[in-house]
Ligand binder design. Structure first.
Ligand code: ARG
Length: 246
């Protein structure tokens, strides 16, 4: 027993140490996921996740540093310390949770589909798309892509680097439907009423959480208590209303 104890390693450093010594909270996200994170024409990042990240940084008394990262490489970016945390509307999945730690969910969403207007009436549920004559799009590495494979295995699936490119295929008639997170689809379809139709029946259960590197109970404890605080002191509701109720 003595030798086992002797080989026990000192506990790994928490991301908190790096945040405090650099005075920076580096946040990974992928801009283009409306209304969670967008890039303005003049190059600023705005959205629900961005406001939460800025508020979180302020609560730590450090600077918020945005790290816009391709979705496909966002977990590797976290693991190689390009950022301290992913605040990017990431669904807590079992597979991802084997690689990263997740905070408690900050919002829960589900997958929906947007279809081309010609299919309105023919396609009344996502299930109607499970047919080889339909082409579905989604974004690489997302739960939308996973849901399309799982629930619509007979349809043809085309995956794109960005959600904008995926949904554009439907808007310009090159694909029949786009599978993605409900908030994105609801907002996109309200802004593109002539080119797409939203079927707002969500067919998956997806809690979204903040991802951090493994073996970091200190940071995880901070995040969960921070979330409880903002959910109960009005901060969360104020930021939520700004992006979801306008
Ligand atoms: N919730 C989905 C997922 O975890 C999509 C998130 C996309 N987020 C983004 N910033 N592009 O796969």
């Amino acid at each position: 027993a003595g030798s086992l104890l002797a080989t026990t390693q000192a506990s790994a450093a928490s991301a908190i140490d790096g945040i405090l010594s650099s005075n920076e909270l580096k946040v990974c996200f992928e801009a283009g996921y409306i209304p969670f994170e967008m890039k303005t024409k003049d190059g600023r990042f705005i959205g629900f996740d961005i406001d939460l990240g800025k508020h979180m940084a302020r609560s730590m008394d450090v600077k918020f540093v945005p790290v816009n990262t391709a979705w496909d490489g966002i977990i590797p970016a976290l693991q190689t310390e390009k950022c301290d945390i992913i605040m990017g509307g990431m669904t807590v999945t079992a597979q991802r949770n084997l690689k990263v730690m997740f905070s408690n969910p900050y919002i829960t969403i589900g997958q929906t589909v947007v279809i081309k207007p010609e299919l309105k009436g023919t396609i009344t549920s996502y299930k109607d798309l499970n047919n080889p004559k339909y082409t579905i799009t989604s974004q690489i590495g997302t739960t939308g892509a996973e849901a399309a494979k799982k629930y619509l295995p007979k349809a043809k699936l085309d995956l794109f680097e960005t959600s904008a490119d995926g949904v554009l295929q439907v808007a310009n008639g090159k694909a029949d439907a786009f599978v993605y997170d409900l908030p994105f689809n609801a907002l996109y379809s309200s802004q593109h009423k002539d080119t797409v139709v939203h079927l707002d029946e969500s067919f998956t259960y997806e809690p979204l959480g903040w991802a951090i590197r493994q073996d970091d109970p200190n940071f995880l404890n901070f995040l969960n208590n921070y979330l409880t605080q903002i959910k109960n002191d009005g901060t969360y509701d104020r930021i939520y209303s700004k992006w979801f109720e306008s």
